[in-house]
Design a protein around this ligand. Structure first.
Ligand code: ARG
Length: 467
């Protein structure tokens, strides 16, 4: 290589002080274009807002700004139609777009980077992308909640066993169980809304780290890009990635909720439980066992938290030791967030589909609800209400009756009054009215309880809120 070839190989965007281009391996570790091309729309929107502001403040001529604005739209359509050639020697999306812009419009393209740095540029692009994903998560969660509300509305009074420790505890309603997830996903949604509110400040104009001597108007770019305001500290603006961490944290909690219901679906759809039938659309067969219908979608959903939480831990680890302000480590933020966001959106869509299609096996649920001494608490409560027993004593009497039934191999309502009176003489045959599961669920009228009327009230509240 001659000296002039070497200089040519140096980066055309910043190669002035470089005599040689990068080593091939340096290029491989340094370039981010392979993944940050996903930020193209945000990058172009940010550059258009920046150019318009440079013209409005007299930093750039109207003519140059117009050429840049137009040229960027050409770049956008080239990327969208697949005509654009991404170049690894141009490192990242920012340099790829700017270089192509300059090829198209000439000299004005070289003026676009006035009063800006890739540091505030990437902070902006990534924030815009995460903001879009937060909106998508909010949207996806609303759809999922609607699917759960529809299940709850249909089955507000279907009885099923409620569990603690996966042991039958007390009868509950199908609707109540479905609405429990509505509450969880509503909190998830509000976490994305909160994070979105906090991230909605525009870092553009922080420049490399210290701000700029050009008379820019940061309020103008902030409002053009639908931010509430510009960020208030330039050092923080280029080095903050907590908006992405908050997104990942919210995504992790949400994925944990998805995973819990996925786990219930795996259990419920098994031949041992048969609480639900999953539709053919969300299951697979086995290549060797013809009888199998496997809940693969639910299993994969259960697993997705591994990726999403993994991304969260990865980004925390990238960020934790970085002195202010920008360090190249931060380029490692994007792939993790991209993967986590993709996993979350797919998970939300799959769960929405599965919940919409699943069929509760009402008879099985009802039989299961009545087994396992599930109305023992109702019996104890009756002893308190009618015989004025202290609850601890009522608990003991009931426990003795449960042991008696267990020994006989029957359920509580199968014990005769005479047998019950052996344990406590005050019991009358009114007791049988509280031992039925229907009576049990109807009696749980406390606010937020499982009684069908309580469930219907929550269904009505959420149907309204989700309109
Ligand atoms: N590709 C870089 C990233 O993702 C853009 C910012 C580069 N800034 C710099 N000073 N090298 O972080």
């Amino acid at each position: 290589m001659t000296a002039s070839d070497k200089t040519k190989a140096a980066n055309q965007m910043w190669g002035g002080r470089f005599a040689e281009g990068p080593d091939a391996i340096m290029q491989a570790i340094n370039a981010s274009i392979g993944f940050d091309k996903r930020l193209y729309a945000q990058d172009i929107a940010g550059s258009r807002a920046h150019a318009a502001m440079l013209a409005a403040t007299g930093i750039l001529s109207d003519k140059d700004a117009a050429a840049i604005g137009e040229g960027l739209l050409t770049v956008l359509s080239e990327i969208e139609t697949g005509a654009f050639q991404f170049k690894v020697e141009l490192e990242d999306i920012h340099l790829n777009v700017e270089s192509r812009l300059t090829e198209i419009v000439g000299e004005p393209g070289k003026r676009l980077h006035t009063a800006r740095s890739r540091n505030d540029q990437v902070a902006l692009d990534f924030r815009l992308w995460v903001r879009d994903q937060s909106d998508a998560a909010i949207e996806g969660l609303s759809g999922l909640m609607r699917a759960f509300v529809a299940q709850a509305e249909a089955g507000a009074d279907w009885v099923m066993p409620g569990f603690t420790h996966l042991q039958t505890a007390q009868p509950v309603t199908w609707g109540h169980h479905m609405m429990a997830y509505v509450e969880m996903f509503a909190r998830d949604r509000s976490r994305f809304e909160d994070a979105r509110r906090r991230m909605n400040e525009c870092p553009l104009g922080a420049a490399a780290l210290a701000g700029t001597g050009f008379p820019i108007d940061r309020h103008m770019t902030a409002s053009a890009l639908a931010f509430d305001r510009p960020t208030a500290n330039s050092l923080d603006s280029v080095s903050d990635r907590d908006f992405a961490l908050e997104f990942l944290a919210a995504a992790s909690i949400c994925a944990m909720h998805l995973s819990r219901f996925a786990e219930e679906l795996v259990i419920w759809s098994s031949a041992q439980f048969r609480f639900v039938r999953l539709s053919d659309k969300w299951t697979t067969g086995s290549s060797i066992m013809p009888q199998k219908k496997n809940p693969d979608a639910a299993e994969l959903l259960r697993a997705k938290l591994g990726r999403i939480l993994g991304a969260t831990v990865a980004l925390f680890t990238v960020m934790k030791g970085l002195p202010l302000t920008y360090s190249k480590d931060m380029q490692e933020d994007k792939e993790q967030v991209f993967d986590a966001a993709d996993s979350l959106m797919l998970g939300l869509a799959a769960m929405t589909g599965m919940v919409g299609d699943m069929n509760a096996n009402r008879e099985v649920l009802k039989t299961a609800a009545a087994s396992g001494f599930s109305t023992a608490t109702d019996l104890a409560d009756w002893l308190v209400r009618r015989l004025d027993l202290p609850f601890r004593e009522a608990h003991h009497v009931t426990g003795t009756l449960v042991a008696m039934a267990e020994k006989k191999g029957c359920d509580l309502p199968d014990l005769s009054l005479a047998e019950m009176n052996e344990v406590h003489a005050g019991i009358t045959d009114e007791i049988y009215s509280v031992l039925g599961v229907e009576n049990s669920i109807r009696s749980r009228m406390s606010y937020g309880g499982t009684a069908p009327d309580q469930v219907r009230a929550q269904v009505a509240r959420w149907s309204e809120a989700l309109k």
